[in-house]
Design a protein around this ligand. Structure first.
Ligand code: ITT
Length: 186
């Protein structure tokens, strides 16, 4: 299977799951064009179609956003831009004095099978922490505490994050789809 991303951490998280399942994962390191849209599905669809014209064989890519309830879903589809411009300190500043700290990561995997496009979503609910904690992971991991836990994702190992993450949940749906489509052509 081929993954298209320019984010090495993302690739490493997928690699860990694929290798445990005995499936080879090939990394196509490419920064593809992303649509500016309010809608994560639309962004994935746009990227998937653009990359399918270049690659011309089956692959998947994924887009993730962090949605914070008390900020009306911000940064959501603008997560990359916001992480780059104000980072985790900037988010904590926006959250100062906020009692409702609920938020969620949403990942959407887009898969091109050589002909058609398919989409799989994974959600991880949690809270924005009061401070930056942990040095594992990447992006918003140091400020995100999954529900029913106390540690941030950056305080977990890659294996532990992978056992509960938004990415993992989307991937499970994707793998189930692949399994079913293999069985239907047997
Ligand atoms: P590609 O689009 O090339 O795959 P990207 O880093 O741009 O890589 P996204 O658009 O999906 O990936 O990510 C949007 C932002 O959310 C970006 O700043 C990431 O660092 C962050 N992010 C994505 N997944 C994350 C995760 O599991 N934990 C913490 N932050 C994450």
């Amino acid at each position: 299977m081929i993954i298209v991303t320019h984010n090495q951490h993302k690739y490493m998280e997928y690699e860990e799951i694929f290798s445990r399942k005995g499936i080879e994962l090939e990394w196509f390191n490419y920064e593809y064009p992303e649509l500016q849209s309010e809608n994560l599905n639309e962004i994935v669809e746009f990227s998937l179609k653009a990359v399918s014209k270049i690659l011309n064989r089956p692959f998947f890519l994924e887009d993730t956003g962090l949605f914070i309830d008390s900020l009306n879903g911000f940064p959501g589809p603008y997560s990359s831009y916001v992480q780059e411009k104000i980072g985790n300190p900037g988010i904590l500043k926006l959250m100062e004095g906020k009692v409702d700290r609920r938020s969620r990561f949403i990942s959407i995997i887009g898969y091109y099978d050589g002909k058609n496009f398919h989409y799989f979503e994974g959600i991880l609910n949690g809270y924005i922490s009061d401070s930056i904690r942990g040095s594992n992971g990447f992006g918003y991991d140091p400020i995100f505490i999954p529900e029913n836990g106390e540690r941030t994702l950056a305080e977990m190992s890659l294996v532990e994050k992978n056992s509960i993450s938004h990415r993992r949940k989307a991937l499970e749906k994707f793998m189930e789809f692949l399994k079913n489509s293999m069985e239907s052509i047997k």
